[in-house]
Design a protein around this ligand. Sequence first.
Ligand SMILES: [Fe+2]
Length: 476
Amino acid sequence: MKNLKFAAAFLTVAALLTCGGETATELEATLPGPTPERVILTWNGPPTSTQAVTWRTRIPVKGARAEITEARSAPFLGDEAREVSATTQVIELATSEWNDDLEFSSVSYHSVSFTELEPATLYAYRVGSDEAWSEWHHFETASDTPEPFSFLYFGDAQNGVLSHWSRVLRTAYRTAPTAAFAIHAGDLVDRAHQDLEWSHWHRAGGWLNATLPSVPVTGNHEYRAYDRERTGDPVLALQWRPQFALPEVADLPESLAETVYTLDYQGARLFVLNSNRSQELQVRWLDRALEEANRDNVTWKILTLHHPVYSNTEDRDNPGLRSVLLPILQRHGVDLVLQGHDHTYSRGHVPVYMQPTDSGPSGTASEDDPKSVSTVFVVSVSGAKQYEIAADRWDRYGEDVALDRMAENTQFFQVVHVEPDRIGYRAYTATGSLYDGFELMKGEGGEHVMVDLPVVQEAERSHANTPPYSSGHWRD
Ligand SMILES: [Fe+2]
């Protein structure tokens, strides 16, 4: 049976290779077999003491498990490692029209949650079974004190994920190699359920995903009708929950499980929303969660969601979302909002002296003190698809909000450095060149002062002053 499978796989590989270079790049690194692939770290518990890892095999394996030990420089890591059995689920991929071209119909997803880890400790782990193991990977648990740390933030990858997004992720890693985690702010792929696109996303990350934990956010493209006629309601990508082990919040419905959650990391609390559905219900939850964060004296409250509170583009505004969300953000003092969806770049803020009311901020922006802020909003894009900014879009939001920096036709990544009394934000282009940045300092009363980076000199990037854009060139 195994030989037959191998033969079929070999023929498939041969067929794909002879179809030209385009399809050859669509192959994963391994043939269908027991070898772990798509190994990826996420959290479903506190980063100080837990770490989750998932992977998959293209054939069922017996005794799927992980081994973990404190990392050390001597090589025989297995001698002192402890074993943790995996939870396995078989996912049928070929039941969706999206995957009709796959040469395999089902895959086994395996998941392990490491618990009772020591804070601020480097661990080594590997995943697999008696048939095949991954290499040993490292991860480091969070400190239980508010030590400074950095994280990465990516807007939509979505298009040209392997061909054009991989360079952004890899440049981000070279720019911030000690980043604690990476936020992917929705639209990780273009077509939910389509396994080929997920294979591109995982291949772009490669071994990095096994050592740098991911914090994934659902975008609208993670939802698609699943039935063959595509007439049903959009449902979450069938790969999402098997491949990402994420928190399940007890007082939220099952339909939001592993898409809405919080995460504490060294003095910052991250709030992840699913802006695709049940917005009012989530806002009520967020209200309570932010209240709790303030009771816990959390220093920094950072929100990430896919749809922008302030859109950059024409006909893509989200006034309903803004009307329910903004008053909550203002009332509880959310510091930073990281978003995607618009395939453009913008950074703006709501001035601090606008007293929040139930209907949102009120007051008038002042030219005298433009960098006193309450909440900073960022929209970014990391993938190849690029939209046009509506030039006066932010002006039409009125004087309750101010735009600080924008860009078109540019792939970005962001490095956010968090310290107890300041956040240092940097937006880099795909080539690693610094395009935007600010320092956000928090006073004792909770008020912010935002200082733009003086080193940012580059002219605003737009479709008018960058190479011509064609939406077809990034097709994988
Ligand atoms: Fe998108």
